[in-house]
Ligand binder design. Structure first.
Ligand SMILES: *[C@@H]1O[C@H](CO)[C@@H](O)[C@H](O)[C@H]1NC(C)=O
Ligand SMILES: *[C@@H]1O[C@H](CO)[C@@H](O)[C@H](O)[C@H]1NC(C)=O
Ligand SMILES: *[C@@H]1O[C@H](CO)[C@@H](O)[C@H](O)[C@H]1NC(C)=O
Ligand SMILES: *[C@@H]1O[C@H](CO)[C@@H](O)[C@H](O)[C@H]1NC(C)=O
Ligand SMILES: *[C@@H]1O[C@H](CO)[C@@H](O)[C@H](O)[C@H]1NC(C)=O
Ligand SMILES: *[C@@H]1O[C@H](CO)[C@@H](O)[C@H](O)[C@H]1NC(C)=O
Ligand SMILES: *[C@@H]1O[C@H](CO)[C@@H](O)[C@H](O)[C@H]1NC(C)=O
Ligand SMILES: *[C@@H]1O[C@H](CO)[C@@H](O)[C@H](O)[C@H]1NC(C)=O
Length: 358
């Protein structure tokens, strides 16, 4: 008999433990906001993503008995104490349709982390109501077919540390307000990816005040003007992509101080000069100072000349693209000293001469 009582109490204890170890149920208002957000889209994995492994994360969001805790839904994360939704990762979720100011997404005001990357929002504008999500530190709207001017309300998300608006097919613009206003307001940014956002201005000086920046891509942004000397102040940069822009002048030598830079992309960059005889476009020997570089892409950039022997100091480089940059002379044997090198591209340099060293 006492054995059965023991068993009974053990069972109760187990139930108690089981119940108390579960996360708190999510708030009703947030649950219905999530469901209405889900219902405002159709699901189409073929059209919404290039990635064949995508699946609909929202498919099993529903009100059935065992699923009603929205904190346990795929892509949703709640604060364990308050039960509020703080993270929503709906990247590559086959969402297909428009998003506008009435979206119940903007009721989720406790969100700190939001990704809607790699979906299909059919040239929707980024809604101004994004500013309701004032706690966001991470916002990712990359590759999701947004268009139009980036609203000034985004600049009010002052806690942002990471902003990725890349890959929206040149349909997004950052002109009024422009990049200058953005970096003036979002001073906590560590990651800024505006690849293919049409900025259409020169690089603002305030950009180089963002001392915490470690990832910066302004590739294919229709930038003009010079690469600022003060770029050399961004000591924490590990990734710098300025490819596909039309600059004036040359690469400032301050850039060669960036001791942590592991990735540098200046491919398809033009460096126009008012003086046609100047040697500005030459491949700078000082690039060899960037001893942390693992990937250096200069392909089809506006360079010329010989491969400087200083490149033998790029001892960590794994990927080197020197295609189509008007190289002259022999293929330098110093490249053979780069023991980490696994990819080397040198095509389309029809003035290169001599044997391939080995
Ligand atoms: C916003 O989108 C919803 C569907 O997602 C639609 O019913 C509504 O009419 C749209 N509102 C505006 C103002 O475009
Ligand atoms: C956004 O916030 C404003 C003011 O806090 C509020 O009136 C509005 O209803 C919110 N919008 C949405 C879509 O939640
Ligand atoms: C944004 O999302 C895409 C797709 O999931 C991912 O590849 C990218 O790294 C994300 N960006 C940031 C800054 O985390
Ligand atoms: C995309 O939006 C356009 C214009 O609003 C509309 O005509 C078209 O049907 C939409 N496409 C899809 C697939 O929703
Ligand atoms: C970028 O913006 C500029 C200025 O508004 C415009 O002239 C240009 O056509 C745009 N480029 C693209 C690719 O849309
Ligand atoms: C630069 O990076 C280091 C190491 O990650 C960090 O300790 C330091 O605070 C960063 N500096 C700035 C200005 O963010
Ligand atoms: C660089 O200049 C060439 C020749 O003028 C031009 O065809 C190309 O579009 C320019 N590249 C960029 C990124 O503007
Ligand atoms: C390449 O390495 C060899 C052997 O370590 C060394 O003798 C030579 O000076 C190096 N060449 C350059 C250009 O650094």
């Amino acid at each position: 008999m006492s054995f059965f009582i023991f068993l009974y109490f053990s069972f109760m204890l187990f139930l108690f433990h089981y119940a108390s170890s579960r996360q708190p149920l999510c708030h009703d208002g947030e649950r219905s906001a999530l469901l209405r957000f889900k219902e405002s889209f159709s699901i189409d994995c073929k059209s919404a993503s290039f990635d064949p492994s995508t699946y609909s994360k929202t498919e099993h969001w529903n009100l059935e008995e065992d699923m009603s805790d929205c904190c346990s839904w795929d892509g949703v994360e709640c604060n364990e104490g308050t039960g509020y939704v703080i993270k929503l990762d709906l990247s590559s979720s086959c969402l297909y349709g428009h998003i506008n100011s009435t979206s119940t997404l903007f009721n989720l005001v406790h969100l700190q982390w939001l990704s809607l990357a790699d979906n299909y929002f059919n040239q929707s504008k980024i809604p101004c109501e994004m500013k309701n999500l004032s706690k966001l530190s991470h916002l990712n709207l990359s590759n999701s077919y947004f268009s139009g001017q980036i609203p000034s309300e985004i600049l009010e998300l002052s806690k942002l540390e990471s902003l990725d608006l890349s890959g929206n097919l040149n349909w997004l613009e950052l002109q009024q307000p422009g990049l200058e206003s953005l970096v003036q307001k979002l001073t906590n940014l560590r990651v800024l990816n505006l690849h293919k956002v049409n900025i259409s201005s020169s690089l603002p000086y305030v950009l180089t005040d963002l001392s915490s920046l470690n990832f910066l891509s302004l590739a294919n942004c229709n930038l003009k003007g010079t690469i600022l000397w003060s770029f050399g102040n961004l000591n924490n940069l590990t990734h710098l992509d300025l490819s596909g822009n039309n600059f004036q002048g040359t690469i400032p030598s301050s850039l060669y101080n960036l001791a942590n830079l592991a990735y540098l992309d200046l491919s398809y960059c033009n460096f126009s000069s008012l003086d046609p005889d100047s040697s500005l476009g030459k491949l700078p020997a000082s690039l060899g100072n960037l001893g942390s570089l693992e990937k250096l892409d200069l392909g089809f950039g506006d360079f010329s000349g010989q491969v400087p022997s200083s490149f033998s100091h790029l001892t960590k480089v794994k990927y080197l693209d020197l295609s189509g940059i008007h190289l002259v002379g022999d293929i330098p044997s110093c490249l053979m000293n780069l023991s980490q090198l696994s990819e080397l591209y040198m095509c389309c340099n029809d003035q290169l001469t001599g044997p391939i060293p080995y």
